[in-house]
Design a protein around this ligand. Structure first.
Ligand code: HSE
Length: 323
C-alpha cells in the first residue's frame, strides 16, 4: 500500500505497475480491475534540476515518445512536480512489460509506476488518491481523455469503480475469490485513441437504462458472491457493438467463450485483447482453449494468460536510500 510507505530520503526507486482491464464490460470508463502477470517496471531518480527527463525506454515496447510532455510517465511526473511544488526534478527509465495498443492498460501502468516511484523518492507519505490525478494527467497524453478505469486499479489494486475524478472518489469492490480472468490478446495493435474515435457522442436513454441495471447487478453480484448474477450482468450493451468489428473474429471468439462456460466475455479496455470471467481454474482453461481455437479459425495468432484480480496494485520493488 502506498499509504504505508515510510517517508523520506530514497533517491532512486523502481516500481512494478501491473496490467489492468478497463471497463470490465459493464462500466465503460469507470470500472477496471488489476491483473496478475505482465506489468511495467518504472525507475525514477531525483534530479537537482527542476526538470523531467526520459532516460530510457526498454522492454516489449521501445517506440514511445521521449519528450516528457508526450510520454505518459513524463507527463505524470510533470503534473506531480508542478502541482505539488516539488523541488528539483525527476529522471525516469521505463521497462515496458505490457504490449502497446493491447487494451491492457500499458499507458496507465507507465504513468502510475512513475508517480508511485517518484513519491517514494520524496519525503512524507502520499496516498493513492493524492497520486491519482497526476497518473490521470499522464494517461490522458496517450488516449486524449482522462479516464480512470485503468489508472485506478493499477494504482490501488483490485476491482475499482471511480464515481468521480475531481476530487477522486474511488470505491474498491470485492471480487469473489473463485473468479479467474482469461485474457486472449490477438496479435494486433489497436490504439485507445482509435477505438474511442469509433464511439458515438450520444447513447439512447433506453440503452443507458439497461446498462445501468447491468452495472448495478454486477456490483451487487460481487458483494453477494453471487456468480450467477455476475454471469447475467457481465454484458456491454453500449460500447462493444461499436468496437466489435475492430477485432477479427470477435463474435466467434465471444460465442466460443460463452459456450465453454464463461460468465461473460468482452473487450479488455479498448481492445483488441478479449477477457472472460470464469468460475475457477478448470472453467478458465476450457474457455481459454475455446477462445484461442476460435481466433485460429480467423488466422489470428494469440497470446494468452489466466489471472486473478490481485488486491495489490503498483508497488516498490527496489529502492536505494541515500541517507
Ligand atoms: N475505458 C477506455 C476505453 C480505456 O474503453 O476507451 C480502456 O483502456
Amino acid at each position: 500500500m502506498i499509504d504505508d510507505e515510510p517517508g523520506g530520503g530514497s533517491q532512486e526507486t523502481t516500481v512494478f505497475a501491473p496490467a489492468s482491464m478497463g471497463n470490465v464490460a459493464v462500466g465503460y470508463d469507470v470500472l477496471g480491475g488489476a491483473l496478475s502477470g505482465p506489468g511495467d517496471h518504472v525507475t525514477v531518480r531525483r534530479l537537482s534540476d527542476p526538470t523531467v527527463r526520459i532516460e530510457s525506454i526498454t522492454g516489449r515496447v521501445t517506440d514511445l515518445p521521449t519528450a516528457p510532455a508526450d510520454n505518459t510517465a513524463g507527463a505524470a511526473l510533470m503534473s506531480l512536480r508542478e502541482e505539488s511544488a516539488v523541488e528539483g526534478g525527476f529522471e525516469v527509465s521505463i521497462e515496458k512489460g505490457i504490449p502497446l495498443g493491447s487494451g491492457l492498460g500499458g499507458s496507465a501502468a507507465s504513468a502510475v509506476g512513475a508517480v508511485v516511484a517518484a513519491a517514494a523518492t520524496l519525503s512524507g507519505t502520499w496516498s493513492g488518491r493524492e497520486l491519482l490525478p497526476h497518473a490521470l494527467a499522464g494517461e490522458a497524453v496517450a488516449s486524449g481523455d482522462r479516464h480512470p478505469d485503468n489508472v485506478a486499479p493499477c494504482l490501488l489494486g483490485g476491482l475499482v469503480l471511480t464515481r468521480e475524478m475531481d476530487p477522486p472518489d474511488v470505491v474498491s469492490i470485492p471480487v469473489p475469490s473463485r473468479i479467474r480472468c482469461v485474457l486472449v490478446r490477438p496479435d494486433r495493435v489497436l490504439t485507445t485513441r482509435e477505438a474511442r474515435a469509433c464511439l458515438p457522442e450520444m447513447v439512447s436513454l433506453s440503452d443507458s437504462v439497461r446498462q445501468t441495471a447491468h452495472l448495478g447487478a454486477f456490483v451487487a453480484g460481487c458483494y453477494r458472491d453471487d456468480l450467477a448474477l455476475i454471469g447475467r450482468a457481465l454484458r456491454d450493451l453500449i460500447v462493444e457493438p461499436h468496437r466489435a468489428d475492430l477485432v477479427p473474429g470477435f463474435s466467434d471468439v465471444q460465442d466460443a467463450a460463452m459456450e465453454a462456460g464463461a460468465l461473460g466475455c468482452s473487450l479488455s479496455g479498448a481492445g483488441p485483447t478479449l477477457f472472460a470471467w470464469c468460475e475457477g481454474a478448470g472453467d478458465a482453461n476450457a474457455v481459454r482453449d475455446a477462445m484461442t481455437t476460435a481466433f485460429s479459425r480467423h488466422d489470428v495468432p494469440t497470446e494468452t494468460w489466466i489471472s486473478d484480480i490481485p488486491s495489490q496494485g503498483a508497488r516498490v520493488v527496489e529502492s536505494s536510500i541515500a541517507e
